[in-house]
Design a protein around this ligand. Structure first.
Ligand code: GDP
Length: 138
């Protein structure tokens, strides 16, 4: 059983897509083991995306991520990292496959509705960034 971190970004929450994203998890045998809505501070957003701090889009991305509330979830399931990334689609929605969350709803490369961890090590860091052990359903 693998675990990963999902975020419904401020554009997804603001556009009323929380239910739509969660429906896709439930339809695809992905279990939600922890979930909450938060509005990050700038420091929290910059810490979360620290791996991208040298990228030209870092300030823009972190400003976007604090522009409204987000829904963070820990997801579990077999091969859930890869399976969830397949459901999300490519970072750039124009290159994402038909039927993926980003293809269906993203409006630009930054405002792409969802985040998902890309590997077990990043999933571990990202889950611990948002959840303590009491918040995770076993
Ligand atoms: P992901 O794993 O598919 O989310 O993609 P990355 O880890 O490469 O990038 C993290 C997030 O930064 C993406 O989901 C986008 O919101 C944003 N992003 C990525 N590339 C760009 C870019 O070229 N320009 C801008 N403005 N944002 C970007």
């Amino acid at each position: 059983m693998e675990k990963t971190l999902s975020i419904i970004k401020p554009d997804g929450v603001g556009r009323g897509l929380i239910g739509e994203v969660i429906k896709r998890f439930e339809e695809n045998n992905i279990t939600i083991a922890a979930m909450k809505m938060i509005h990050m501070t700038r420091a929290q957003a910059r810490g979360f995306y620290a791996v991208h701090k040298e990228r030209p889009f870092f300030d823009s991305l972190t400003d976007f991520m604090i522009s409204g509330p987000i829904v963070v979830m820990m997801l579990t399931g077999e091969d859930v990292i890869v399976r969830y990334r397949k459901l999300m689609g490519a970072t750039n929605f124009e290159e994402a496959e038909e039927g993926t969350i980003r293809r269906d709803f993203a409006t630009d490369i930054e405002k792409n509705i969802v985040h998902g961890s890309d590997a077990p090590e990043t999933a571990e860091f990202e889950i611990n960034y948002f959840f303590n052990s009491f918040e995770i359903v076993r």
